[in-house]
Design a protein around this ligand. Structure first.
Ligand SMILES: [Zn+2]
Length: 409
C-alpha cells in the first residue's frame, strides 16, 4: 500500500490545473512538470518505450510476452490536469488510517466530511479544506503506474499494453491532440471514474452554448424609452429556461442546462451554458429550445438582440461501446474476480474515453477509488486504488483469451 500511496502523494503535490481561457496546448504550462516527472518515473521502473510530446501527452508501451504478440493491445489512459472548480495548488492532504466511521474535519476549515460507510476501517486521504485533492485523476495515474510496475515484475503472460497520460481533460480538450496511431491500442479503458467497482459505459451527450445579448446604453438620466439593458435581457433569457432542469435539481438520467459563466454591462451581456443529456434526441430539443428562446426575445426587443452559438462537445459513448460488449464483460469479470460487485453506470459527465470511442478507440471507464471530485470535499480510499490495480491485472490477463488482433474485423 505504501508505494501506491507515496506515488499518489507525489503526484498531487504538482499543481496541474487546466484553464479553458488560455487557448494554448496544453492550456497551462505547469502540466508539463507532472508529465516530465511521469516520463522519468516510467523510465526508472523499467519501461524503454516512453515519449513525452510537445503538447504534453505522455505515451508508453509495455511489450507483449514472447508468443503473445498477436493479443489485442490494451490501452490504459488517465489525465494529469485538475478541475478549475477549486484550487489545485499547495494541496495539503490528510491521511486517516483505520478510519473509524466518524466525520472527518478538514484542516481548520469548517468543512467536515463523512466518507461512504463501507470504507470504514480503510485508509482515507482528504484535503485540508482549502483545495481539491486531485484524486481525479492522479489516483488513476498512480493506479496505472503501479499496475505497469506489477506487470513488468510478474511472470503472467500478457499482450502489449499501451499507456497514455493526457493534459486538459477537465476543459474537454484531453483528446484534441491524442496520437491514436502512436498509442497503438486496439481497445482501451480510462481510469477516471469514481468507486473501484464502477464501470462506466455511457456518458452524457454534451453541447456548449454562448448567448450574447445586445442592449442600448444611454445616460441613465435621459434613458426613458431609449435604454435597453443587455443584462436584464440576459436575466430574462435565463429565467425562461426550465427551472428544474439544472445540475442542482437533477440526477440519474435527467439532463440539464447549466449556466457556467455570466458577465456584462448595459450594452452587452454574455451567458455561457453547458447542455447535457444521455439521450441525443433530448439534447437536440434543448439546443432548439435555446434558439427558440432567443427568437422570442428578438421578436420582443428587435432582431439581433440575442444570438446563440451552439457547439458540440462530446457524444454518449454508449453508442460505440454497445458494439463491443466483450469490453464490458471482461471488465465486469475483472471487477468481480477482484472481490467487488461491478456497478455499470452511465456517467453524468464525459470522459476522454467518450471522444476516443468516436475517434475509433472503444474506451469504457474504470473507477479510481475516489469520491466527490472537483472540490474541497474530495477524498480517496487507498485500498480501493489497490483493488483497481488488481482489476487492471485481471483485464490484462483476460485479454490474452480474445481472438488475435490480426483477425480483428
Ligand atoms: Zn477526471
Amino acid at each position: 500500500m505504501e508505494k501506491i500511496l507515496k506515488r499518489f502523494l507525489e503526484y498531487i503535490a504538482f499543481d496541474t490545473q487546466s484553464d479553458a481561457e488560455t487557448h494554448t496546448h496544453p492550456s497551462t504550462e505547469k502540466q508539463f512538470r507532472l508529465a516530465e516527472y511521469l516520463r522519468d518515473e516510467l523510465l526508472s521502473i523499467g519501461l524503454k518505450d516512453v515519449k513525452l510530446d510537445d503538447r504534453c501527452y505522455v505515451y508508453a508501451r509495455i511489450p507483449a510476452t514472447a508468443g503473445y504478440e498477436n493479443v489485442p493491445v490494451l490501452g490504459l489512459i488517465a489525465h494529469m490536469d485538475t478541475s478549475d472548480a477549486a484550487s489545485g495548488a499547495n494541496v495539503k492532504p490528510q491521511i486517516i488510517r483505520n478510519w473509524d466511521g466518524s466525520p472527518i474535519p478538514l484542516g481548520t476549515s469548517r468543512i467536515r466530511i463523512t466518507p461512504q460507510p463501507h470504507l470504514k476501517g480503510g485508509t482515507i486521504i482528504t484535503t485540508d479544506g482549502t483545495t481539491l485533492l486531485g484524486g481525479d485523476d492522479k489516483a488513476g495515474i498512480a493506479i496505472i503506474v503501479t499496475a505497469v510496475e506489477k506487470l513488468l515484475n510478474s511472470t503472467m503472460p500478457h499482450g502489449a499494453v499501451s499507456i497514455a497520460f493526457t493534459p486538459d481533460e477537465e476543459i474537454g480538450e484531453g483528446t484534441d491532440f491524442f496520437d491514436l496511431e502512436l498509442f497503438g491500442a486496439d481497445y482501451a479503458y480510462t481510469v477516471d471514474g469514481g468507486a473501484a467497482e464502477y464501470l462506466e459505459t455511457g456518458t452524457f451527450n454534451a453541447a456548449g452554448a454562448e448567448v450574447i445579448c445586445r442592449g442600448i446604453s444611454t445616460h441613465p438620466g435621459s434613458a426613458k424609452n431609449l435604454m435597453i439593458n443587455a443584462q436584464k435581457i440576459a436575466m430574462e433569457f435565463n429565467s425562461m429556461l426550465p427551472v428544474y432542469e439544472v445540475p442542482e435539481h437533477t440526477a440519474g438520467l435527467e439532463g440539464f442546462y447549466h449556466l457556467t459563466h455570466s458577465s456584462g454591462n448595459v450594452s452587452q451581456a454574455e451567458l455561457h451554458y453547458i447542455l447535457r443529456d444521455h439521450s441525443s434526441e433530448i439534447l437536440e430539443k434543448r439546443k432548439k429550445f435555446m434558439l427558440e428562446t432567443a427568437d422570442f426575445l428578438n421578436m420582443k426587443y428587435g432582431q439581433g438582440t440575442v444570438s446563440v452559438a451552439l457547439k458540440e462537445q462530446y457524444r454518449n459513448m454508449a453508442e460505440i461501446i454497445e458494439k463491443y460488449p466483450f469490453l464490458v464483460d471482461i471488465a465486469s469479470k475483472a471487477i468481480r474476480d477482484a472481490g467487488l460487485e461491478p456497478t455499470i453506470l452511465q456517467v453524468r459527465g464525459g470522459t476522454d474515453g467518450a471522444r476516443l470511442s468516436f475517434m475509433g478507440l472503444p474506451c469504457p471507464n474504470l473507477g479510481y477509488g475516489g469520491y466527490e471530485a472537483h472540490g474541497e470535499r474530495e477524498y480517496i480510499h487507498v485500498e480501493s486504488m489497490i483493488k483497481v490495480v488488481d482489476i487492471i491485472m485481471n483485464i490484462t490477463s483476460y485479454f490474452t483469451s480474445l481472438p488475435d488482433r490480426l483477425h480483428k474485423d
